[in-house]
Write a protein that binds this ligand. Structure first.
Ligand SMILES: C[C@@H](N)C(=O)N[C@H](C)C(=O)O
Length: 210
């Protein structure tokens, strides 16, 4: 069973911040601007290694790296409101649980720590490969195809996901299983998956206005 990022077993993991700087993603993030181009150095190093391990003619394209805390809160609120409208009988705790299939609570938000990227595969001309759902589609929008191991994917999407997972996992990056595009290192979810005693990257002091 998938343990979501809002689970107390994840949110409760201690943090020992190592103060590693954020760096620009350079050619890994064509088209991204501002904070979206920045990640912790350990994340970029792993992405560079993963990109080198991909077959010739295939590359990585990061759509978003770091994210300001106020932007994270706005995504949480917008998606939670949609869930509340769809499920008027749901309790606040149920909404929080369901929302965390798509967006992390602030206490454990990896993008806010510079610890995560949303990315996809591209061909030699920079065209995004078919991955079986739109990047950033919610479970409702994608009818579950956003889940990395979703059943019923066509063979092309499955092959591309396998390629992505193989290259990224080999570097120590960890996937959030409800989103094929979301990969992180050093945050609380990474610590949960790897068994590390603590996270090493905590929230950075970033707001959208900064
Ligand atoms: C909102 C979505 N793109 C995303 O970033 N989800 C993960 C789980 C997050 O909020 O860190």
């Amino acid at each position: 069973m998938t343990i979501l990022i809002s689970d107390p077993r994840v949110v409760g993991i201690p943090l020992r911040e190592i103060d590693e700087p954020v760096v620009d993603l350079l050619d890994l993030a064509p088209g991204a601007t501002g904070l979206a181009r920045l990640v912790r150095r350990g994340v970029r190093d792993r992405l560079v290694a993963a990109a080198r391990a991909l077959p010739d003619g295939i590359g990585l394209k990061v759509v978003e790296g770091s994210r300001a805390s106020d932007v994270q809160l706005a995504i949480i609120e917008a998606y939670s409101e949609r869930l509340r409208q769809d499920r008027p009988a749901a309790t606040p705790e149920q909404i929080r649980h369901l929302a965390s299939r798509h967006v992390a609570p602030l206490q454990a938000a990896p993008h806010v720590a510079g610890a995560a990227v949303d990315l996809t595969l591209v061909d030699a001309d920079g065209r995004e490969l078919w991955m079986g759902s739109a990047l950033d589609a919610t479970p409702e929008q994608s009818q579950g195809a956003c889940y990395t191991d979703a059943p019923g994917l066509d063979a092309v999407a499955r092959a591309h996901r396998t390629m992505l997972v193989t290259a990224l996992e080999a570097t120590g990056l960890v996937n959030y299983p409800t989103e094929w595009w979301h990969w992180s290192y050093g945050d609380r979810y990474w610590a949960h998956v790897t068994g590390a005693e603590h996270a090493i990257y905590g929230p950075l002091p970033m707001t959208a206005a900064a």
